[in-house]
Structure formats: structure tokens, C-alpha cells
Design a protein around this ligand. Structure first.
Ligand code: C5P
Length: 400
């Protein structure tokens, strides 16, 4: 896949730069031609000599060679490359990329690059989850940069959490996937994905909601978009950025989600219902903030529409996939939902399993259709999303 491909490997000043040596070697062994650009600080973490030897090309750090004035043209570098991979990418470099700062060769090359760009962030967990870093990542995604997710684990600071640069072999796999046009297997298809929690207002300041983070649904939307599908993501409340190539329709209540989904149902080839939709909503929404009194109070609730069931009633040849999150009688409940809502398959996630459920980045699920059940091991939500999309593809083949 990488044979003959021109790759610029950008290295920034992170302790994870020691892994860039292995990464460079793997890229070269896969047949790529690699040129390395380093920020001035990166030289403190790994020597240019090491990188020059492994990449078989001189290292580029400065705008020009101070000895002879020879210009290191970021423009021609940007034109030469098929892919610009920045690994490790520090919070500092990501912030500069997000706002177009161009104060070193690595950054001017980014602004000149017309090729695919991927970054592998590496930093301490607090830096990674800081609102500004997350905001910059959202911006970079929107700018078309592919982000190779950092891993959770022990960090150089001694803390444990998310922020460790992905392993070199995983980075190479993601770069290969970026070049793999065969993966555009869902080109021409359009899917509706629901995600996140709905918000049911009680009065102007209070609401009923749930713990859904939206991560699973967003991962499914991203997986579908990466395979070339058009994706309409009807999203309740989440703190997540919109994945590249996905159109997001923001809603709050179950009623708004219902209306958006019914509208889209006529246009799509299928829907994946990942949202945690409220089953009940206050019968009356107070115009003013409800005042506390001496007595206890109760709120009358009415049923919301079951969106998945409504789509299932008028399914035609479309594909319908649902989720079941159960705390008891998991299999029986999941199977009954599968039939009641006329779904092609259902993804069961049990709250009883370690590493499964609401807010985390991992999940443990079973894929259940009318004939079979496949139990998947603990994996990242993004990997689960790929397995769900694999199954969707095989159901689509059966349907045709
Ligand atoms: O019946 P239950 O809510 O457990 O079913 C879960 C599945 O149905 C999920 O796929 C969820 O997104 C979907 N659902 C829906 N509308 C509702 C409730 C659930 O689309 N009102």
C-alpha cells in the first residue's frame, strides 16, 4: 500500500519522539520514501543523525542552511508529499496548526501541503483533555486532518491516562488505510445515525437526561464516513466534535430527534440508532422556574415516540440497526427489541461488563440478528464501530 508513496514525517518536541525512529523504519520497510522535518525542539529528543540514517534523506529543520544559505522550500516539500504525517504531535504544534501559525519549517510545510495530513498526538493526560486541546482537535478535524487517537496507559510524567502516542505499527496501519481506496465500500450510500442523550425540559432551567456521552454513535458515524458513505448524524447533547465528512443535525428533545429522523428516513439507505432517547418526557413544561414548597412533589410524565420502532414500521428495503443497553435479562430483552422494532440486527452492550457502557472509550458488545449472536471482546468504541459497519455491509449484500 505504501510502496513508492512520498511521506513527510514531521517530528515535534515530545518524549514520544523516540518512537519516531521505529515509525520511520516501518514506513521505509513498507516501501515509502520518507523525508523528515523536525521542529527545533525535536532535536533535543531524537538526533537528526538517527533520523537521517533511518529515512535515508537529510533532515530538515531550518528555513535555510545557515552555512550556504540554501533554501529548504516548504512549498516544494508540500507538493512532493502524498502524505504528511506528524508523529508525535505536541499540544503546542496542534494549537499552531489549528490557528495557522507558521513559525517553523514543520508548520510552513503543513500550510503548503496539498496532500493527506495525519497527526498522532502525544502529551500528558491533563494537556490532552484540556478544553483548548480538544477545541484545537475539533478544528483540525474540520480542516480535514486525520487524527490518530492517542492510547491510554502510563505516561512519561508517571501519570496514567489518555495521551500516549499510538504505537508505530498502529500509525502505519492508519496511514495505509488512508491510501486504501478499496475501503470506500459505502460510496453512494446515505445513513442516518442517532447519538447522544436527549434533554427533556421540566421548566426553563431543569431537565431530564441520561449519562450517554455520544461516543459510540460518533464512532459509528466516523466509520461510515471513512468508507465513503454520506452520513447525517442526528445528535442530542454531547461534548464531541463533528467527525470529518459527517453532517450533524443538533436536537435536544426526543420529539425533536423523532422529527429530524422521520424527515431523513425517506432519503437514507438505513439508520443506526445509537442515541439514548428518553422514554418519558414531562407532560407539561412549566413556563417559569418551578418554586420549591413545603410538600413533596411529583412530575407527570408522558411517553415519547419510539423513533426506532417508527422507522421499523415503514422500513422497506432499508437497513435498521439498534442498540440495547440492559442491566438484566440481556439476551431476552435484546431479542424482543430486535423483533418489536423490526431491526436487522441489534448491538447489545451490558452495563455489567468492565470496560463497557456510557462514558469510556471502550465497549464490550454482542451483535445479534435473528439467527446468530457474535460476542466481541473488549475493544475501543472506534473498533466496535468498524465491526458494526462490517456487519452492515454483509447485511446489505444479503438484501441485494
Ligand atoms: O427500547 P429501548 O429504548 O431499550 O431500545 C433501544 C434502541 O431503540 C436504541 O437503538 C435506541 O436508540 C432506540 N430508541 C429510539 N427511540 C426511543 C427509544 C429508543 O430510537 N424513544
Amino acid at each position: 500500500m505504501l510502496k513508492g508513496k512520498h511521506i513527510i514525517l514531521g517530528i515535534t518536541g515530545s518524549i514520544a519522539a523516540y518512537k519516531s525512529a521505529v515509525l520511520c523504519r516501518l514506513l521505509v520497510s513498507a516501501g515509502a520514501e520518507v523525508k523528515v522535518v523536525m521542529t527545533p525542539l525535536a532535536k533535543q529528543f531524537i538526533t537528526p543523525l538517527t533520523m537521517a540514517t533511518l529515512s535515508k534523506n537529510p533532515i530538515l529543520v531550518d528555513f535555510f542552511n545557515p552555512e550556504n544559505g540554501e533554501w529548504n522550500s516548504h512549498v516544494s516539500l508540500g507538493e512532493w508529499a502524498d502524505c504528511y504525517l506528524i508523529a508525535p504531535a505536541t499540544a503546542n504544534t496542534m494549537a499552531k496548526m489549528a490557528s495557522g501559525v507558521a513559525d517553523n519549517l514543520l508548520l510552513t510545510t503543513y500550510l503548503s501541503a496539498r496532500c493527506k495530513v495525519a497527526i498522532a498526538p502525544a502529551m500528558d493526560l491533563d494537556m490532552y483533555r484540556h478544553a483548548s486541546t480538544q477545541r484545537n482537535m475539533t478544528q483540525l478535524r474540520a480542516d480535514g486532518v486525520h487524527i490518530i487517537e492517542p492510547q491510554s496507559g502510563e505516561l512519561a510524567s508517571g501519570l496514567v491516562g489518555k495521551g500516549r502516542m499510538a504505537e508505530p505499527q498502529d500509525i502505519v496501519r492508519e496511514v495505509e488505510a488512508m491510501f486504501d481506496e478499496k475501503k470506500k465500500s459505502l460510496q453512494g450510500k446515505h445513513f442516518l445515525v442517532t447519538a447522544g442523550a436527549t434533554i427533556e425540559p421540566i421548566d426553563p432551567v431543569r431537565f431530564i437526561s441520561n449519562h450517554s456521552s455520544g461516543k459510540m454513535g460518533y464512532a459509528v458515524a466516523e466509520a461510515l464516513a471513512q468508507r465513503g458513505a454520506k452520513v447525517s448524524l442526528v445528535s442530542g447533547r454531547t461534548a464531541l466534535g463533528v467527525p470529518v465528512g459527517v453532517e450533524r443535525i443538533d436536537v435536544l428533545s426526543a420529539e425533536q430527534m423523532y422529527e429530524a429522523c422521520c424527515r431523513l428516513w425517506a432519503e437514507v439507505d438505513g439508520a443506526i440508532m445509537c442515541a439514548a432517547v428518553a422514554d418519558y418526557t414531562p407532560a407539561v413544561v412549566a413556563d417559569q422556574k418551578i418554586k420549591k414548597g413545603e410538600d413533596d412533589m411529583s412530575i407527570a410524565l408522558k411517553r415519547t415516540h419510539d423513533i426506532a420502532a417508527t422507522l421499523g414500521e415503514n422500513k422497506g428495503s432499508r437497513l435498521l440497526v439498534g442498540f440495547a443497553m440492559e442491566t438484566e435479562n440481556e439476551m431476552a430483552n435484546a431479542e424482543s427489541k430486535l423483533q418489536r422494532k423490526n431491526m436487522d440486527f441489534i448491538v447489545l452492550n451490558s452495563l455489567r461488563q468492565e470496560g463497557a457502557g456510557f462514558r469510556g472509550d471502550t465497549n464490550v458488545v454482542s451483535l445479534i440478528d435473528s439467527e446468530s449472536r457474535v460476542d466481541l471482546p473488549l475493544m475501543s468504541k472506534r473498533e466496535v464501530a468498524d465491526r458494526i459497519v462490517d456487519k452492515m455491509e454483509s447485511v446489505l449484500v444479503e438484501k441485494n
